[in-house]
Ligand binder design. Structure first.
Ligand code: B12
Length: 501
C-alpha cells in the first residue's frame, strides 16, 4: 500500500520546549473489540497511566506540565481547548492506541485550532504502525518506546539544538517522507522511572466497575510479560519488574497524598516473580499501608500459600485469565491451563475471602460449538464470583494476527490507520462460527453464569452502594444488548462514552 504523504514536514520546534500539555481525550467503544465495547459505559473510569508516566518524565526534565484527563473530567473539546489555550504550551502530547486513532486525531485537530504548537504522540500503537501514523499530518512527531528513554533526548533537540536523527525511536516527516530512527532499548531499571504524575488528576472521579472504595487508582508494578500467548501483543514487551520498595513507595504516595483506598494492579501478570510479590505483601503490612487491592495473574503462577499471603496484605480480588477450557484451543492460544489447578486456585481465593474473576475468550481460531460448551461448562463448575466472556479480536502484533495477515494478505489494522474509510472488518479464521452465533453464545454464557441464584445472591450481597448496584445492572444490560456503532465520533460535551482495555 502506498504511504506517500500529500503534505509537508512537521511543524518545526521553533523555540525551546518549556511547557507541555498532555491531553487524554474521552475514549469511545471499540468496534472490533465487542466484548469490551459492551461494558463501555460501565467498566469504570481509570487514570491515564501511560500519559501520566510520560508527563512525569517531562516534569522531571524541568518543564511546566499540564495533564488534562478530559475523559474523567467529562470535558468536551471546547472546554479542553480553552484550558489548553490558557496554558500556552510549546508542545501538545497524546497517547494513542490503534483502536482510538481517529478519535484522538479529531481531538488533535480541535486543539490545534487554538494552539499553534507541534503535536507529539506516543504509546504502544506507535511501535506497530509508526510510518502509517505519521502519514497523518495532524501529527508532527511520534516517539516509539518508553518516555523515560526517548523523551529527554527529544527535549534536548529543542534546548540544545541537537540533531533529531539522534533521538531514539523518533518518527517524523522529512521532505514528505516518514523517517524513523532506530528504536530505543527498553528501560532496564524500572525503579529509575519517576512515578506517574498524579497530582493533576481528579482522583475522586476514578472507579472500577468492580471497586468498592474511593479514591480508586491503578498502578503498574511491572512492565511487559514473559509469556507468549498467541492472541496478545504484550509478550513482545520484555518483562521487567520494580522492586518491592519502589512499589510500596508509590502506594504510600497514593494513600497519603491522594487519599487512595483501593488500587487495581494493572500488571499483565502480577505474580511472575513470587519472591518479589511476597516482599510487596510483606512491606504493605510492615509499613501499615491499609487499602484494598486487586491483581491479574496466571493460574500456573499461584499456589495457596502465595494467595494466603496476598490476601493477608489486603488483596481482595484476583483476575484470572483462563481464556478456554479446551486443551486443543489452549494450545493454539499458547496458554495451557491445568483445569484442576485452576479450580483449586479459584476455590482457594474464594475461601480466603477474595473475589475470583475469570476472563474467558470465545471465537479464536479453532473455536467450535463444542469448545464453547466446554469453556462455559467449566466456568459454571468453578467457584468464580464473576465471569467475563469476551469475543476474540485479533490484536496488532500478536502471533494470531500475524497469521491472519499471512493467510489473507491483508494487514487490516495497517490499512485502517492509513485510511479511516477502511474500518477493519476482520475475518474470523479457523472457526465455522458466525458472528451472530458467537454473539448468541456469549449472551447465553453471561445469562447462565449470572442468573444462578448463588451468584445473583452473592453479587447483591457484595454490592455496598446503590451506585455500584446501578452500574452493575447497566453493565449487564449493555452486555446483553450490544449493537455495533461507528467508530471515531467526537463525543458530545456532556456525555463521553467509555470502554476498557
Ligand atoms: C492502564 C491501561 C489502560 C487504562 C489507562 C489508559 C492509559 N493509556 O494509560 C485504561 C483502562 C483507561 C485503558 C483504556 C484503553 N486501553 Co489500555 N492499557 C492499559 C495497560 C494495561 C497499562 C498501560 C500502562 O500504564 N503501561 C505502563 C507504561 C509505562 O507503558 P506504556 O503504556 O507503553 O507507556 C509508555 C510508552 O508507551 C510511552 N508512551 C505512552 N504514551 C505516551 C505519550 C507520549 C507523548 C510519550 C512521549 C510517550 C508515551 O511512554 C510510557 C512510559 O514509559 C496497557 C497494557 C500494558 N500492560 O502496558 C493497555 C493498553 C495500552 N491499552 C490498550 C487499549 C486497546 C485500550 C483501549 C482502546 C481499550 C478499549 N477497548 O477501549 C482504551 C483506550 C483508552 C485510550 N484513549 O488510551 C492497548 C493498546 C494497544 C494498541 N494497539 O494501541 C494496550 C497496549 C493493551 C493491549 N495489549 O492491547 N487502558
Amino acid at each position: 500500500m502506498n504511504t506517500a504523504i500529500n503534505h509537508h514536514d512537521p511543524r518545526p520546534i521553533v523555540k525551546p520546549i518549556e511547557r507541555v500539555s498532555f491531553i487524554y481525550p474521552p475514549y469511545s467503544h471499540v468496534r472490533n473489540d465487542p466484548g469490551l465495547k459492551a461494558v463501555r459505559d460501565n467498566y469504570g473510569v481509570f487514570p491515564p497511566l501511560s500519559l501520566a508516566y510520560a508527563a512525569a518524565v517531562a516534569e522531571r526534565e524541568g518543564l511546566a506540565v499540564q495533564l488534562i484527563d478530559a475523559n474523567a473530567l467529562e470535558w468536551g473539546p471546547a472546554r479542553t481547548a480553552a484550558a489548553v489555550r490558557e496554558f500556552r504550551p510549546d508542545l501538545l502530547a497524546f497517547t494513542i492506541t490503534t483502536y482510538m486513532f481517529y478519535l484522538t486525531l479529531k481531538w488533535i485537530r480541535v486543539l490545534r485550532e487554538v494552539v499553534d504548537a507541534p503535536v507529539l504522540i506516543g504509546g504502544q500503537h506507535l511501535s506497530f504502525y509508526p510510518r502509517e501514523s505519521l502519514t497523518h499530518t495532524e501529527i508532527d512527531y511520534g516517539l516509539m518506546g518508553e518516555a523515560e528513554i526517548c523523551l529527554p533526548p527529544l527535549l534536548a533537540v529543542s534546548r540544545e539544538g541537537k540533531n533529531p536523527a539522534e533521538v531514539p525511536g523518533l518518527a517524523r516527516r522529512v521532505d514528505g517522507h516518514v523517517k524513523i530512527n532506530p528504536p530505543a532499548s527498553p528501560l532496564a531499571d524500572l525503579d529509575a522511572a519517576p512515578f506517574p504524575l498524579r497530582h493533576p488528576l481528579p482522583h475522586d472521579r476514578y472507579y472500577s466497575f468492580m471497586s468498592h472504595r474511593r479514591n480508586f487508582t491503578v498502578l503498574m508494578s511491572s512492565r511487559g510479560c514473559p509469556f507468549r500467548c498467541t492472541f496478545c501483543p504484550l509478550g513482545g514487551v520484555p518483562f521487567r519488574a520494580r522492586s518491592a520498595d519502589n512499589v510500596c513507595q508509590e502506594i504510600a504516595e497514593c494513600l497519603e497524598r491522594y487519599e487512595v483506598r483501593e488500587i487495581d494492579f494493572f500488571d499483565a501478570t502480577f505474580t511472575v516473580d513470587k519472591r518479589r510479590v511476597l516482599e510487596i505483601g510483606d512491606q504493605i503490612n510492615r509499613r501499615g499501608l491499609s487499602f484494598a487491592w486487586a491483581m491479574r495473574s496466571r493460574l500456573d503462577l499461584l499456589d495457596r500459600g502465595l494467595l494466603a499471603a496476598l490476601a493477608g496484605a489486603g488483596c481482595r480480588r484476583v483476575y484470572f485469565g483462563i481464556e478456554s477450557a479446551d486443551p486443543g484451543l489452549q494450545q493454539r492460544l499458547g496458554k495451557p491451563v491445568d483445569l484442576r489447578q485452576a479450580r483449586r486456585m479459584i476455590a482457594a481465593a474464594h475461601q480466603l475471602g477474595m473475589e475470583a474473576f475469570g476472563f474467558f475468550m470465545l471465537g479464536a481460531p479453532g473455536e467450535t460449538r463444542k469448545t464453547i460448551r466446554r469453556t462455559v461448562a467449566f466456568s459454571l463448575r468453578t467457584r468464580l464470583d464473576y465471569a467475563q466472556y469476551n469475543k476474540y479480536t485479533p490484536y496488532p502484533d500478536s502471533e494470531l494476527y500475524n497469521e491472519l495477515i499471512r493467510e489473507t494478505g491483508h494487514d487490516y489494522w495497517r490499512e485502517y490507520i492509513l485510511d479511516e474509510q477502511r474500518e477493519p472488518q476482520l475475518p474470523r479464521l479457523g472457526t465455522t462460527l458466525t458472528e451472530a452465533g458467537l454473539n448468541r453464545a456469549i449472551r447465553r454464557a453471561f445469562l447462565r453464569f449470572y442468573l444462578r441464584p448463588s451468584i445473583a445472591g452473592r453479587v447483591l450481597l457484595r454490592l455496598r452502594s446503590s451506585g455500584e448496584f446501578r452500574r452493575l445492572l447497566r453493565a449487564a444490560w449493555a452486555m446483553l444488548r450490544e449493537k455495533p456503532k461507528t467508530l471515531s465520533k467526537l463525543p458530545s460535551e456532556k456525555k463521553p462514552s467509555r470502554s476498557f482495555p
